[in-house]
Design a protein around this ligand. Structure first.
Ligand code: DON
Length: 557
């Protein structure tokens, strides 16, 4: 190596990303997603000369077709990007927005009581989708292939159909009443009004046509013209409040991710309107005050639970759409703040949530999707996408093939009134026209000189704590398989209980945690579908893993 090259490499090591990173790109590309057809769509696009961002468009669109209960053109999401050429990290915020006719009282009756399921089922529950705009934006600003190329696999899947599998049947069964109510949705997703059989094919020609319009005209193909008219007409005819103006005004926002450090690792994660990165960093800053490896298993779990409790209190107290409310992000993610919160934690007993100052908050999760992508150029993407509840609102405007979200339910419908997941919020997350509902989605990068971890998961409010547990495993040197499969536990401030996956604690540990004052409730379901990649720089190897709880596929090529 010449002396100049040495200096250049050294300079890169120093200024590159604040990390002593290797200058070589990854030796392989990798994609982990919640469905084999989506993973394969992404690899196809990489092989056709696309970069990780093109692949992210292809995977997002494919998931919109083959995992319709989790995400879709009628929903939104966050795409966290790392671009190799200039080491830029950015978050594409394609979160849904409240319609302009939305009001803070819209889900309440005259007595101020929540109208049952109004923010969950049907067209009134749907916020203005962000996913189509985000795909067009990603393609235009970060990709190198045309949308026609990157959307082609999804269009193919929509025309030819995909096979019904177990998760599909489970989610349809769960949402059968609402899907039956709306003829367009019922024709596509049911078989003569019933749950389709395993192996039956779900074809979506109307969705294929909408994807074609997006491919041909970019965002205008969805937010203007005949698709937009059909969306608005369908919503209004069924009692919703969308207007053409809502669609015409929708804008993707590029946001700075939140950043922090934990034990020498750089953490880069989703910023508001997701609560994910902020809550994650608050928890890590609390945990960083101690050496977890010196704790007994019970003290370790207890300390993590107490950190979760405090971060979720702050989530309920402070977080909302940053375009509408001032959020003290710098304070919440500051190590000193974490140290202060640590000081309030006793290792020998719980702090009941009611003893913490502030407002109640609870949530848990059903469906949403995450994928992680890395290309051989050193670009990577972590994306979590959602239509909220399984099959969103269950409502499909006729002729569009677009199943609408029920992301309006992620707002606090009224102070102290819980949402479908039991979530309680305050003014920061109150409904307002054009506002984005607070999310828990936490696409995240974790980096140090040894490598780059790209991860995320669905799971409602548990998303953030699942990502936390994944990071702790990674920091402790566990492999990717362990990271995606480990039994999980969760605390979210209110209700004041530790939710846990049955295998997470044994009987003795449950007794010891109870002795510290914890109330523990086992839950069988909804422990996520994590999709993770690791570029091991020391071994020059790329690994990928898909959560065994789902049917996803991780492929390194
Ligand atoms: O944005 C959010 O936080 C929720 N809409 C995510 C919902 C979810 O993850 C359901 N998944 N299992």
């Amino acid at each position: 190596m010449t002396i100049f090259l040495r200096i250049a490499v050294l300079a890169f090591l120093v200024v590159g990303s604040g990390l002593a990173v290797a200058q070589n790109p990854p030796p392989a590309a990798a994609i982990a997603s919640a469905h084999p057809l989506a993973t394969s769509a992404g690899h196809g696009v990489l092989e056709a000369g696309g970069n990780a961002f093109d692949a992210a468009v292809a995977v997002s669109a494919a998931l919109a077709v083959v995992e319709p209960y989790s995400s879709g053109l009628g929903g939104g999401g966050f795409w966290l990007l790392h671009r190799a050429e200039d080491n830029v990290e950015i978050m594409i915020d394609g979160r849904e927005r409240a319609p302009l006719a939305a009001t803070s009282q819209m889900y309440l009756d005259e007595t101020g009581k929540l109208i049952d399921r109004a923010s969950i089922d049907g067209p009134l529950a749907a916020a203005i989708p962000g996913l189509p705009a985000a795909l067009a934006y990603l393609s235009e600003h970060y990709g190198r292939l045309s949308l026609a190329k990157t959307l082609a696999p999804a269009i193919g899947y929509a025309n030819e159909g995909f096979e019904v599998d177990e998760p599909y049947r489970r989610q349809v069964t769960f949402r059968l009443p609402v899907l039956r109510r709306w003829p367009a949705a019922s024709r596509v997703f049911l078989s003569n009004g019933k749950v389709p059989m395993l192996g039956e094919r779900i074809k979506q020609p109307a969705l294929a046509a909408t994807l074609e319009a997006l491919a041909a005209q970019g965002a205008a193909g969805f937010y203007q013209g005949s698709v937009a008219e059909a969306l608005v007409d369908g919503v209004r005819a069924a009692g919703g409040i969308w207007r053409l103006e809502d669609l015409a005004q929708y804008q993707v926002v590029e946001r700075e991710p939140v950043r922090g450090k934990y034990r020498g690792f750089n953490i880069i994660s989703a910023s508001p309107p997701s609560s994910g990165g902020v809550a994650l960093l608050t928890m890590l800053n609390i945990l960083a005050q101690e050496d977890l490896s010196t704790f007994s298993e019970t003290t370790r779990a207890h300390f993590i639970i107490e950190a979760m409790r405090r971060a979720y209190r702050d989530r309920a107290r402070y977080l909302g759409d940053p375009d509408f409310v001032d959020i003290p992000v710098e304070k919440l993610i500051h190590p000193y703040y974490g140290a202060g919160l640590r000081a309030g934690i006793r290792l020998d007993r719980v702090t009941p949530s009611a003893h913490l100052p502030g407002i109640g908050n609870q949530e848990s999760g059903r469906h949403t999707t995450h994928f992680s992508i890395m290309d051989r150029e050193g670009n990577w993407v972590a994306a979590t996408l959602s239509i909220n509840y399984p099959f969103g609102s269950g409502f499909m405007p006729p002729g569009t093939g677009v199943l609408l979200n029920d992301e309006m339910d992620d707002f606090a419908a009224a102070p102290g009134v819980p949402n479908v997941y039991g979530l309680i919020g305050n003014q920061a997350n109150a409904i307002a026209p054009g506002k984005r509902p607070l999310s828990s989605m936490t696409p995240t990068f974790v980096e140090d000189e040894r490598g780059v971890l790209v991860l995320g998961t669905p799971g409602g409010s548990r998303i953030i704590t699942m990502v936390l547990l994944g990071i702790l495993n990674h920091v402790e040197g566990r492999d990717l398989t362990h990271l995606v499969s480990q039994p999980r536990f969760h605390h979210q401030y209110f209700p004041d209980e530790v939710q846990y996956e049955p295998q997470a604690f044994d009987k003795a540990q449950i007794r010891r945690l109870q002795a510290l004052g914890h109330r523990l409730t086992p839950y069988e379901r909804r422990w996520g579908n994590m999709q993770a990649l690791f570029w091991d720089r020391l071994r020059n190897r790329v690994e990928a893993a898909s959560d065994p709880r789902g049917v996803g596929q991780a492929v390194v090529r």
